[in-house]
Design a protein. Structure first.
Length: 481
């Protein structure tokens, strides 16, 4: 219960700090929240991707650890029909304001409302899409009629661009706060799925659901086991008592919306379409870029193809790469509603197809091995599975020199120093490396981070510890001041 107690104490400290906002040195913060009025306070953690990573969008099992670092939100309802958001940094703040009607009024789709709010057209407002998008999604997907406005203060210890899902922590914390304040009942799974809609359809980033599910449903100190078909929680797995995991931030910025991640995702869905046609599964056109496949064999998920099945029946028919124009001419489109194949782009189809097929196998093997008898054989097997996952990222084009160097430094320390494996996490292309080692190997992890920082000139933050997800901790109502 330590993490939950620490999280509760963090919430209490945040609530106490709200009383001093009218004396805050930043003018955009002063007067945001009204003394004597009730606020809803929520907290959602970042996550460390231990196994599974970007195979989530192909239906893989993933294993995720909710981090100690979290995002906190305080929301007060406002009589004025407007939304005002202030995101508070160490010595600065970002602010956003819009009429509620611009976010939650009018007709059309989620994307239509996001366009009216101008998130995409103004880079200075893009950050606010992750927060204000909750109003857009709840209005469109749940039919919520917002008859008053809201004022939100956000603060976060989850670093942006580090691959530990600062975006999902923000989306889940805000979604929970809005739902609680406006009396919208959301089950934990629905909280996560609606938060994912914010990122997919308002922000426009093609993420899977593992980040939001961990931020909402994660348990302190345990690995959330999620089968992403689309979001089936298989339970929470305890780490062996003699082992621990850490994250080391490479200092190289990662973004899910980046071209590498998106290209690999599209390549995987192109691969699925090729396999489906080869297997004789009927398809029908949905629109100019998408098809639907009648798939009773794999349930529409590439991760349900076994490695042996792929090698024996399909490997010879999947090209290493394929230009979008040629793919569209032959196959009509993919089944991925949140991406579109660009005719002029050459996609890495084979590596992107193989990765989720083999990763799902690796993650299930990792989960089984966690329950094996303690010893070096078990520890080395777990580490080898992480290393294989890391190498597969590289084959997909999602590695980076920085994360490769960190993984190499871990391997050089090796078993003699209680370190067994390392892998790039999340969407790759920078970000954080997850490290598996004996529970007493923390000082060795710190040495690696310090050595990397000296060598690279970049800070190398170490993530350790855990805390509960937003739905586990629950929202809190408190009077400001």
């Amino acid at each position: 219960m330590t993490g939950e107690t620490d999280a509760s104490a963090e919430v209490e400290a945040f609530v106490a700090s709200l009383a001093g906002l009218d004396r805050h040195p930043l003018p955009e913060v002063r007067g945001l929240l009204v003394r004597g009025e009730e606020a809803v306070v929520t907290r959602a953690p970042g996550r460390l991707d231990v196994m599974g990573g970007f195979a989530d969008y192909s239906g893989s099992l993933v294993l995720q650890l909710p981090l100690r670092e979290a995002t906190l939100v305080a929301l007060q309802k406002d009589r004025e029909p407007r939304v005002r958001i202030v995101s508070l940094g160490a010595d600065s703040a970002r602010s956003f304001e819009a009429p509620m009607d611009a976010l939650a009024g009018g007709g059309g789709t989620v994307e239509d409302a996001a366009a009216r709010a101008g998130f995409g057209s103004d880079p200075a407002r893009r950050w606010a899409a992750y927060a204000a998008g909750a109003f857009v999604v709840l209005a469109r997907e749940r039919g919520v009629a917002f008859r008053s406005g809201a004022r939100l203060l956000i603060t976060s210890r989850v670093p942006e661009g580090s691959g530990v899902s600062s975006s999902a922590a923000l989306e889940v914390a805000v979604m929970q706060a809005v739902a609680e304040a406006f009396d919208v009942a959301l089950a934990p799974r629905e909280l996560a799925l609606l938060a994912q809609q914010v990122e997919n359809r308002v922000v426009g980033a093609a993420c899977g659901v593992m980040d939001q599910m961990t931020a909402a449903c994660g348990e302190e100190g345990r690995l959330l086991a999620l089968r992403c078909q689309p979001a089936e929680l298989e339970g929470h797995l305890a780490l062996p008592e003699d082992l621990a995991v850490w994250g080391i931030d490479s200092g190289v910025c990662h973004a899910v919306s980046g071209a590498d991640y998106t290209s690999v995702r599209i390549g995987a869905f192109m691969g699925y379409r090729i396999l489906a046609e080869r297997a004789g599964l009927p398809a029908r056109r949905v629109d100019a870029a998408h098809v639907a496949v009648d798939d009773a064999r794999w349930g529409g998920c590439l991760a349900n193809v076994t490695p042996a099945e792929y090698r024996e029946s399909f490997a010879a028919h999947v090209p290493a790469s394929l230009r979008g124009e040629a793919f569209l001419a032959r196959y009509g489109g993919t089944t991925d509603a949140v991406t579109r194949v660009s005719p002029e782009v050459e996609y890495p189809v084979r590596a992107a197809t193989v990765h989720p097929i083999e990763e799902n196998f690796r993650v299930r093997a990792f989960a089984r091995e966690l329950a094996a008898p303690a010893g070096e054989r078990r520890n080395q097997t777990l580490g080898d599975l992480m290393s294989e996952s890391h190498a597969s990222y590289t084959r997909c084009g999602l590695g980076s020199a920085a994360t490769e160097r960190l993984a190499t430094l871990v391997h050089e320390k090796g078993r003699a120093h209680g370190l067994y494996g390392a892998r790039i996490t999340g969407g790759g292309s920078g970000g954080t490396v997850a490290v598996l080692g004996r529970r007493d190997a923390g000082p060795r992890v710190a040495e690696i981070a310090e050595g990397y920082a000296r060598e690279s000139g970049r800070p190398a933050r170490v993530f350790s510890g855990s805390s509960p997800g937003a739905a586990v901790l629950g929202p809190r109502r408190a009077r400001v001041g």
